[in-house]
Design a protein around this ligand. Sequence first.
Ligand code: NAG
Ligand code: NAG
Ligand code: NAG
Ligand code: NAG
Ligand code: NAG
Ligand code: ZN
Ligand code: ZN
Length: 605
Amino acid sequence: MARFRILSVAICVFLLPFVAIEANNEDTSDFELVVRGLKEYIPSQNPPDYFNTAMENYQLTHLFREGMEDIYDNPQICYICNLAVDLVILERREGMTRDTLAEEAEYLCIHLGIESRRVCLGVIELNIDAFIYILDNYPDLTSNRICGSVLQTLGCPKGDAYEWSINLPSGNSPDRPKPNDTTDSFKILQLSDIHYDPNYTPNGNAECGEPICCQEDQGEAPSEEAACGYWTDYRDADVPWHLVEETIRQVNTQEFDYVYYTGDIINHRVWETSVTNNTNTISQLYSYFKDSFAVPVYPIFGNHEPHPLNTWPTESVTDEQFSIQWLFELAADAWSDLVGEDIRETVLKGGYYTVSPKPGFRIIAINSNLCYSFNWWLIFEDKDPYGQLQWLADTLKQAEDNNESVHILSHIPTGTSDSLSVWGREYSRIIDRFANTITGQFNGHTHKDEFSVYYNRSEPSQAVGVVFNGASLTPFSLSNPSYKLYDVDATTFALNDYEEWTFNLTLANSQPSTQSPEWYKLYSFVEAYGVESLDAVEVDKVLLKMAEDHSLLDDYFKFKFRNGDAGLAAGCDDDCQKANLCQMATTVFGEDARCNLLLDLYDQK
Ligand SMILES: *[C@@H]1O[C@H](CO)[C@@H](O)[C@H](O)[C@H]1NC(C)=O
Ligand SMILES: *[C@@H]1O[C@H](CO)[C@@H](O)[C@H](O)[C@H]1NC(C)=O
Ligand SMILES: *[C@@H]1O[C@H](CO)[C@@H](O)[C@H](O)[C@H]1NC(C)=O
Ligand SMILES: *[C@@H]1O[C@H](CO)[C@@H](O)[C@H](O)[C@H]1NC(C)=O
Ligand SMILES: *[C@@H]1O[C@H](CO)[C@@H](O)[C@H](O)[C@H]1NC(C)=O
Ligand SMILES: [Zn+2]
Ligand SMILES: [Zn+2]
């Protein structure tokens, strides 16, 4: 049986017809040499003569960073991924050791220029054991299963993997009262993606070539322009403690009843995390929240909180070395303290919880990091990890039966290319089924001021939900730090409007460090887009308006970066505007009916 499998893998690898690959790229010959080199190198551990040069010509710089799908010839990368993974599976089945595998991965990472040497070594050392566990404990593992999820963003084929669904109660979402002018409202503060960086070094090197700059061990800035600013920096930098303090001081000049913290506390020094350091940083921030806010704070996890980042092993992973129980336990205590209620049970199970802060109002906080394509454990087991989506549906059913209005907090937006599409589809089925019960949805993660509309799955022109992204405190990258303040109807808990607050980072850094940044209201949604409220149908009207009036897309672009000079510098041409329009209309990766309709309208103008 095992023999047969190895044989069939080998046939796949060596006989896969080359003609299937688009050969219209000028790098074709380097690509071919890389392919040939991989076939020789992986089994033998001896790089053939031409291999280094070929890889140095065929660079995959920053392949795993955001937005790379626009840069590479995707069919080629998918081919390389499948080839390398098939060979590794084959070799591991034949007894290749952990250290050899790690060495080979390091060699390829460095020579393909994916990251700097120390980042390659660090990331591989942190993740290699999880890969080996998956290789060894998943007998039918195929390269499609790995490349199709890890590189979903490049559209790599998934084969027949990743297909499941959850049970939803029958019936439709019952109509519920709509907000009206005579009722009171209150405010909710959304803070997101602080990415507190204990290593942040003002005047450090902002042009460092690594995933995060302004670290004390990245040498001197080569020029004055390349020096990191005092408050933080547009160029791949996170947030120093003095900016955390400044932000809390600023928000506390305003009034709100609740705080939503939509995840990501740890900095982007992703190659060097540790349980101890993550624990210290996470605890420091939560206790600062506790001391700074007189109102409850509702936190969720970001993908950066575990060690190594992104990885959430499920119950079926039995090896203790991968356990993230330390993180669940940390959160169970800290969050219970912040929300003022014992929420340990579900937090310990999977990092999610629900509370009802007042009658008729419920908050559901979920751990959508499970669906992130860089959560390697999805390769091992992807079917509704931690039973979370089923729990979400069941919890919403109870809320529906009790006539409650629900806000959902979730770190990773479902429509993005690195959110596993089956998870996004099941999530949007839930949004559809409970459309009238859910009156607010809040995301983080992208660090962009964005929103997206969910549509009725059997009536795709009907908007049934909308999610707002908190943007981020970290500028990472190109943005001004920001937060959101929502106005919420006190009877229906529907969102009336929000204000986005920010400051000009260029200006702040040019002033004496003793002077606070000049925070200002960038815009309010209702004013900027000329609608009645943040209701899904209203927001969908904005999308249709934008397709006709492209100046609204210019505004959207500026808001995305909160007027950050570095973000604005690139400008937003037609392709950029269309991409933004589609981002707003896409909540399941790969489902683009609404996007296409809007693009048709866009092209007519
Ligand atoms: C508006 O809200 C008030 C106060 O909650 C309520 O009495 C009234 O029935 C509402 N009107 C409508 C049209 O919903
Ligand atoms: C943990 O933090 C300490 C103190 O900031 C630092 O010296 C050390 O390098 C960090 N360890 C890791 C693995 O990042
Ligand atoms: C929910 O609202 C419906 C319709 O107004 C009502 O019949 C039902 O008793 C309410 N249920 C609860 C638990 O309040
Ligand atoms: C979605 O469309 C179906 C079919 O028209 C309809 O029965 C259902 O009520 C709609 N859902 C919502 C939330 O309006
Ligand atoms: C931010 O401040 C700098 C320095 O004063 C200025 O040059 C720049 O135009 C400002 N940016 C925006 C978007 O207003
Ligand atoms: Zn983040
Ligand atoms: Zn994130």
